[in-house]
Design a protein around this ligand. Structure first.
Ligand code: ADP
Ligand code: ZN
Length: 210
């Protein structure tokens, strides 16, 4: 099963992608995590991506489409995958179609902008493995340390308040049109993000039939 998770920054799509990934035993492919890793390693495309990411803008379609293509060609994707953060523009969705990738379902995690602005301030990410946490809604067992690898958890540069506003704007302008793109194909399912992560997870799993 090939799935896409859509949602504004901070809506919790990464967390839900993880839940589906475990339930269906298919890999979660987060372009945000792949890009952050590239930035950390100082690769050529990492250097190009950094400026856009730090300002809340999108990385060029050319770069992310290339990354995605390489990733889904990996062996672990042969029985399906869940895309978290891709596509984010209509040209990216068209590129998936052009690659001959069949998407079974697109799950939108819907959270109002006001709630997002409140939530993002509590978000933390592991500097080692990229796992995500939230001080209130999804705390790590030991404060400031990752449950999975023990590295320090940090606040992402693009989670600063002004950058979040920019990212929300980018979402509404460039990514939200994908809802129409996929609802026309009869593939869009909308899940209303709940205050409790576990409640949202129940709805998400139901939406994908897991
Ligand atoms: P969030 O989960 O908060 O939406 P991500 O971790 O998915 O954030 O992405 C972080 C940043 O990485 C984005 O703001 C953007 O700059 C870049 N990025 C990730 N995926 C894509 C994509 N498909 N197209 C363009 N830029 C992307
Ligand atoms: Zn970690």
């Amino acid at each position: 099963m090939n799935l896409i998770l859509l949602g504004a920054p901070g809506a919790g799509k990464g967390t839900q992608a993880e839940v589906i990934s475990e339930a269906l035993n298919i890999p979660q492919i987060s372009t945000g995590n792949i890009l952050r890793e590239a930035v950390k390693n100082g690769t050529e495309y990492g250097l190009k991506a950094k400026e856009a990411m730090d300002s809340g803008a999108l990385v060029s379609d050319e770069i992310v489409i290339g990354i995605l293509k390489d990733r889904i060609a990996c062996d672990d994707c042969k029985d399906g995958f869940i895309l978290d953060g891709f596509p984010r523009t209509v040209p990216q969705a068209e590129a998936l179609d052009a690659m001959g990738v069949t998407i079974d379902k697109v799950v939108e995690i819907f959270v109002p902008d006001e709630t997002i602005k409140q939530r993002v301030s509590g978000r933390r990410v592991c500097g080692g493995c990229g796992a995500t946490y939230h001080v209130e809604f999804k705390p790590s067992k030991v404060e400031g340390k990752c449950d999975k690898c023990g590295a320090d958890t940090i606040i992402r540069k693009d989670d600063q308040p002004e950058t979040v506003l920019e990212r929300l704007d980018v979402y509404h302008k460039q990514t939200a049109p994908l809802k129409e793109y996929y609802s026309k194909q009869g593939k869009l399912e909308t899940v209303i993000g709940q205050d409790e992560v576990a409640e949202t997870s129940k709805l998400t799993l139901k939406a994908v039939g897991a």
